[in-house]
Design a protein around this ligand. Structure first.
Ligand code: SAH
Length: 261
């Protein structure tokens, strides 16, 4: 696989959940080969430290409700960098294929004849369950996995149909879901999902300020507002995140400590 970038090409690169050790080797090679790196607000500080000094870096930070460049301006910045013959890396938190407006950037650049390539990254849901010692699927009882975002774009007036997602044999991961936690939980329960269904909230997954809270569906909203601060968080609902029995969970914690020290 190439670890250089053709001049005039844009690479959309997954930066993972924040911990620079969760960056792929390919992403690191691409960052090093770039002339210019555009990055989102969710790209970890440790990842930004990997960008060599001589590489130009441009923040196009987007966090909902905060000042940021709009998508059209980002598309235009990428286009003009590519047209001037630069080797362009567009770093996106997590995986570029998940709630990252990748299709819009590809479309805009491709229509203008700019080659675009993608390097995948570790998505927040994967990092969140890894930190909690859990899985997203569970043989026999969670054979389906749904990633949903509760965040509506300005053009999108269709509210999330939570009732359609109430499936006890599925794991539901809600991205950008802090504000919607109450509506989501209420509507899932009204649609028949058991109030005791296990839930896991992970804020700043993989980072030193990570917080994990295990709860259940009927307490999801209160647990979210009580525990989540201003970092990015995923809410995960389903049997797959049921806590391990105490004896096994102690063994997991011990193994984890041993592995990183
Ligand atoms: N492309 C990203 C998702 C971008 S949407 C990915 O694949 O992870 C932004 C949302 O992702 C945040 O609101 C939050 O729900 C989630 N997220 C991103 N980084 C996170 C992290 N380190 N910990 C928990 N959630 C995170």
């Amino acid at each position: 696989m190439p670890d250089t970038i053709e001049p005039g090409t844009v690479w959309l690169v997954g930066a993972g959940p924040g911990d620079p050790d969760l960056l792929t080797r390919k992403a690191e090679k691409l960052i090093t080969a770039a002339n210019i790196v555009f990055y989102d607000a969710l790209v970890g500080k440790g990842v930004l430290e990997i960008i060599p000094q001589h590489v130009e870096r441009v923040s196009v930070g987007k966090r909902s409700g905060r000042h940021s460049k709009d998508q059209k301006s980002i598309n235009d910045l990428l286009l003009s960098a590519a047209r001037s013959g630069k080797r362009v890396v567009r770093l996106k938190g997590g995986d570029p294929a998940i709630f990252a407006r990748t299709s819009e950037e590809i479309e805009h650049l491709s229509l203008q004849g700019v080659p675009v390539r993608i390097c995948p990254g570790i998505t927040a849901a994967s990092a969140a369950v890894a930190s909690a010692g859990a899985s997203l699927t569970l043989r026999g009882s969670a054979r389906k996995l749904t990633f949903v975002t509760a965040h509506l774009s300005a053009e999108d007036c269709n509210a999330t149909d939570w009732a359609a997602l109430a499936d006890p044999a599925s794991t539901l991961v809600i991205y950008m879901g802090k504000a919607a936690a109450k509506d989501a939980a209420d509507e899932l329960m009204q649609a028949g999902l058991n109030r005791n269904t296990p839930a896991l909230i992970v804020e700043n997954a993989s980072l030193p300020n990570e917080r994990k809270v295990r709860t259940r569906l009927d307490l999801l909203a209160i647990a979210t507002s009580a525990s989540v601060t201003d970092g990015p968080a995923v809410l995960i609902i389903g049997e797959a995140v049921r806590p391990l029995p105490p004896s096994l969970s102690t063994a997991y914690d011990t193994a984890k400590t041993a592995a990183v020290t």
